[in-house]
Design a protein around this ligand. Structure first.
Ligand code: COA
Ligand code: ZN
Length: 308
């Protein structure tokens, strides 16, 4: 298996969905084009959800028509229901990411329906997209814990993975929606999920809500996972999960990977430069650390030293 890590950038979706200030559409398009130039093989661009539920992403279709498509980059759209899938197809998304929670309470808060109803909708979506030039990923949200219900049994999470597989999806994501996972839990669940779907088809989506984000990445990587979601600057969070905070930070993840000798194919200095511009876009400081500290190799001039 390759050592390389595949990082899917989600700042313009998971990141902007929770921002109280609407980031203007041209700024979003500029950012996505700049992210494409950083070398991402995958960018989750936006969501085709109800604009009443997530006003911050109401411009998803305009964004898909405004971005420059870099050859080799898959542009992904989050989709909650058949209506969202139709909109995503019409907008030319390369991949749709279907989302349902393991937890019934979170799914009802987030999607206004039971997980059962969400998955019934996904079955209809699979019929619609058959033969269309679009791939399908499906996410198990709250896979490592729910802010309302607490721990979710591993068997329940894996049963949802199996249902997604039975629908014929191309990939599956396990999402730690509110950063409840710990590294040992991650190692266990990832090992079991990899036995079902394999490393080319499994993505991990971690939030750093409790400071375990990169520890969880390492645990998943050591267990054999290679694909991770991350958001520039550590933006992100589900608007329908109390206390939600940012995704793991892209440039922090990429810095860690490169320091460990794990290739990502990404241009870290360019990512850092983009991250440093985020406070202008969102109007507040962002959690990422490497953009503040610089890379480990970005050394400082020596202060004047006394004779030894
Ligand atoms: N895109 C755009 N509009 C949509 C839509 C979609 N995918 N699905 C439904 N709508 C519209 C309906 O047309 C209806 O509009 P109206 O009020 O003008 O008639 C309205 O949204 C409500 O539709 P309804 O089918 O009753 O759904 P709901 O109110 O129960 O909402 C979802 C269900 C799934 C659409 C909504 O909960 C949602 O968009 N959730 C996404 C949450 C999210 O993005 N979370 C973070 C990422 S995981
Ligand atoms: Zn998320």
């Amino acid at each position: 298996m390759s050592d390389a890590m595949i990082v899917q950038e989600v700042a313009t979706r998971d990141g902007f969905q929770i921002e109280p200030t609407f980031v203007p559409t041209p700024e979003k398009i500029r950012l996505i084009d700049a992210l494409s130039a950083c070398g991402f093989s995958r960018i989750e661009v936006s969501s085709f959800v109800s604009p009443k539920a997530v006003p911050a992403l109401a411009d998803a279709a305009e964004i898909f028509s405004g971005i420059r498509r870099r050859p080799g980059t898959t542009y992904v759209a989050l989709v909650p229901n058949p209506r969202g899938a139709e909109r995503a197809l019409a907008a030319g998304a390369d991949e749709i990411n279907l989302v349902a929670s393991a937890s019934e309470t979170h799914n009802r808060a987030n999607m206004g329906m039971t997980p059962e109803a969400s998955i019934a909708g996904f079955a209809r979506i699979m019929e619609t997209v058959r033969g269309a030039p679009v791939s399908v990923n499906a996410t198990v949200a709250t896979a490592f814990g729910c802010p309302f219900e607490g721990a979710q049994p591993e068997d329940k999470v894996l049963a949802q993975v199996e249902r997604y597989r039975a629908l014929g999806v191309d990939g599956v994501t396990l999402a730690d929606t509110t950063g409840m996972a710990n590294p040992r839990q991650v190692a266990r669940l990832v090992a079991r999920a990899l036995a079902l779907v394999g490393p080319e088809r499994l993505t991990l989506h971690f939030h750093n809500t409790r400071g375990c984000g990169l520890a969880n990445v390492l645990a998943a990587y050591e267990a054999g996972a290679r694909r991770f979601d991350a958001a520039l600057g550590g933006l992100g969070g589900c608007p329908f999960a109390p206390g939600a905070t940012g995704n793991i930070c892209t440039e922090d993840l990429v810095s860690m990977a490169h320091e460990m000798g794990v290739p990502t194919g990404l241009d870290l200095p360019a990512l850092i430069a983009l991250s440093r511009d985020l406070p202008r876009l969102v109007g507040h400081d962002v959690p990422g650390q490497v953009a503040k500290a610089g890379r480990p190799c970005d050394l400082h001039p020596s202060p004047p030293l006394r004779a030894a």
